[in-house]
Design a protein around this ligand. Structure first.
Ligand code: ADP
Length: 625
């Protein structure tokens, strides 16, 4: 059968163009990617054999072989893993499947040229395609369990097309043959290969072997050398693992270029035994996909990889954690579906969550700078746990950092500190949600709290609007939005005499401002003239803006306008009204005060031109007067 020539999918063409046309220092990672694919393929056939031992063809000497050929200038990575059918070859090596690779493309697009963002490819790990960093042609010869005639040969120069044709392949598995570029012949050197395997793939559980020539007593002999130590790093004793080893392992499983912020490694020795090696990233990885980020830890049973991402082992709000669980107590020979119902998984998950949260708490106390970097990127993800993990919500609440009205910009406080500093008569924890702490610091809603010596937490993550009300309270103290309802703590009522004096003005304002639900005198303002508050169950202004941004706006709900009787402008309006209740300026002032309150809450005035006209009238009158 002749070879078929097929086109790469558009996205992949883009990716290959970036890979083949850019220079970067870390192209050596191609070897890590190919060895990791080979190791995955071996794990898959091992797993497959649990149910279909007959498909192994007696080929169970699990091995990944590296063969440099100086004469042909090729480097081959071979495995006796699961191999691929013709269709799998087309699907797997003709499209971009990984979401990480998609994120890479997006980041590269944002960075402009990849040349300006060195290391991007290394950070994402573009898998198989990284072969084109060092090769100008790649040939893949592969065959799944079956017979030698079931082989497929794939070949491409990475320029937009690839060919596939049937071929003979005696042994099951895959050979990836790299025809090295002129400037990449260093990867034929056994020393170079040996050190790369040691560096990147030492813990790969299958032997990575290479034939080496050695001279003993003047005689040349070829021996098979195993290049990696193969000790599954998570099965080793913590004291025996070097920090660099943890780091490499983390980079391998996470595709993150930076070292992790924290490493969690322990063996549970109680009634059930299992080992955990997990990592907290130092920052939000570039490839972090907010919604679609897959969660879960790798699940091994006695060193056999059962699931690459076992979701039950990690709640969604900890999806930034990467790692491995190995348990000897789980049955090896059952289906994944049945395994997922095993209650032991929940026991392990509970333990993992506890350890991750404790580790974060330790980092927050002992390494606050490090914690802050982590928190700035991934804090919003962690906050999802406030509503999703009821049992741990206090622990999660204690991990949160907030700017507040009393902190300096860029400095943070916590719930615990906030509560400790609360004046005795303060009953609730006040918070304000908005677009940025900087903007909220100038908000009129803070005035009354400031005057009473009470602090207000300033929250600017979109998730806060759901997470904080979801939490409801902290150590028995209710959480109360500062721009909602009437402030209750320690307020004296407005004196009846003041209320009476302003009654006329208040009712004219109500009449002139159909967009507000009510007008009342304010207990919360000490400086500003007016503000708008959401009443009872109504959405706050920030929430409404969010919903509008997501296209879910259902029209603004009406707010209550509060007037500060001590503000000179409000007082002037009152005087004017009491002299002549028909004076048209009263209506104009009502509108001006309302619109300045709209601006203060961070929203936009509905008709900026009309607003400008009102202000200009005022200037004209004032200048002439
Ligand atoms: P990833 O390995 O992250 O999924 P790759 O681009 O490296 O992405 O590989 C794409 C797919 O090709 C793999 O998911 C796997 O199904 C298949 N593949 C790659 N290398 C091998 C191999 N040596 N043996 C079997 N399948 C492979």
């Amino acid at each position: 059968m002749p070879a078929d020539t097929l086109e790469f999918k558009a996205e992949l063409k883009q990716l290959l163009h970036l890979i083949t046309h850019s220079l970067y220092s870390d192209r050596e990672i191609f070897l890590r990617e190919l060895i990791s694919n080979a190791s995955d393929a071996v794990n898959k056939v091992r797993f497959d054999s649990l149910a279909h031992a007959d498909r192994l063809e007696g080929n169970t000497d699990w091995k990944i072989r590296i063969t440099p050929d100086k004469a042909a200038k090729t480097l081959t990575v071979s495995d006796n893993g699961i191999g691929m059918t013709r269709q799998e070859v087309i699907d797997n090596l003709g499209t971009v499947a990984q979401s990480g690779t998609k994120a890479f493309l997006e980041a590269a697009r944002q960075a402009g040229k990849v040349g300006e963002a060195p290391g991007l490819i290394g950070q994402f790990g573009v898998g198989f395609y990284s072969a084109f960093m060092v090769a100008d042609k790649v040939t893949v010869v592969t065959r799944p369990p079956g017979s030698p005639a079931d082989g497929t040969r794939w070949e491409s120069d990475g320029q937009g097309q690839f060919s596939v044709e049937p071929c003979e392949k005696p042994a099951r598995g895959t050979d990836v043959i790299l025809h090295l570029k002129e400037d990449a012949t260093e990867f034929l050197d056994p020393w170079r290969l040996r050190s790369l395997v040691k560096k990147f793939s030492d813990f790969i559980e299958h032997p990575v072997v290479m034939d080496v020539e050695a001279e003993t007593d003047g005689k040349k002999e070829t021996t098979e050398e195993t290049l990696n130590s193969r000790k599954a790093i998570w099965l080793r004793n913590k004291s025996e693992v070097k920090p660099e080893e943890y780091e490499e392992f983390y980079k391998q499983i996470s595709h993150d270029a930076q070292p992790p912020a924290a490493t969690i490694h322990y063996a549970a020795e109680g009634r059930t035994q299992f080992k955990v090696l997990a990592f907290v990233p130092a920052h939000k990885p570039l490839s972090f996909d907010w919604e679609e980020q897959s969660t879960g830890l790798k699940l091994y049973v006695q060193r056999v990889l059962i699931m690459d991402r076992c979701e039950q082992l990690l709640p969604f709000y900890l999806r930034f954690v990467k790692g491995v669980v190995d348990s000897a107590d789980l049955p090896l020979n059952v289906s994944r579906e049945i395994l997922q119902q095993n209650p032991l998984l929940d026991v392990i998950a509970k333990s993992v969550v506890k350890n991750v949260l404790d580790t974060l708490a330790g980092m927050k106390n002992v390494e606050p700078e490090k914690y802050l970097t982590f928190y700035k990127g991934l804090g919003p993800v962690l906050k999802e746990g406030l509503t999703r993990d009821w049992a741990n919500r206090e622990k999660i609440a204690d991990l949160l950092l907030f700017e507040s009205a009393n902190t300096e910009p860029g400095k943070y406080t916590t719930f615990a500190e906030y509560v400790e500093k609360m004046p005795e008569d303060q009953k609730e924890i006040h918070y304000l949600i908005g677009d940025s702490a900087e903007q909220m610091r100038r908000s009129p809603y803070l005035e009354a709290f400031k005057a009473r010596g009470q602090d207000v937490l300033l929250l600017a993550d979109p998730i806060d609007e759901f997470a904080l009300p979801g939490l409801g309270e902290y150590k028995g103290k209710r959480l109360q939005a500062a721009d909602r309802g009437e402030p209750s703590a320690g307020d004296g009522d407005i004196p009846a005499e003041v209320k009476e004096r302003f009654a006329g003005l208040v009712s004219v304002f109500k009449e002139k401002l159909p967009e507000v639900a009510d007008v009342r005198l304010s207990k919360r303002l000490t400086e500003s003239a007016a503000c708008l508050v959401a009443d009872g169950a109504a959405m706050t202004a920030h929430m409404e803006r969010l919903m509008e941004r997501f296209g879910r706006g259902e029209g603004r709900s009406k707010r209550v306008m509060e007037l500060n009787p001590n503000n000179p402008a409000v007082e002037a309006a009152r005087e004017l009204h009491s002299k002549d209740s028909k004076d048209p300026r009263v209506g104009a002032y009502a509108r001006l005060l309302f619109e300045q309150a709209v601006i203060a809450e961070g929203s936009k005035v509905a008709d900026p031109a009309a607003f400008a006209r009102l202000v200009n009238d005022l200037i004209t009158r004032d200048a002439k007067g």
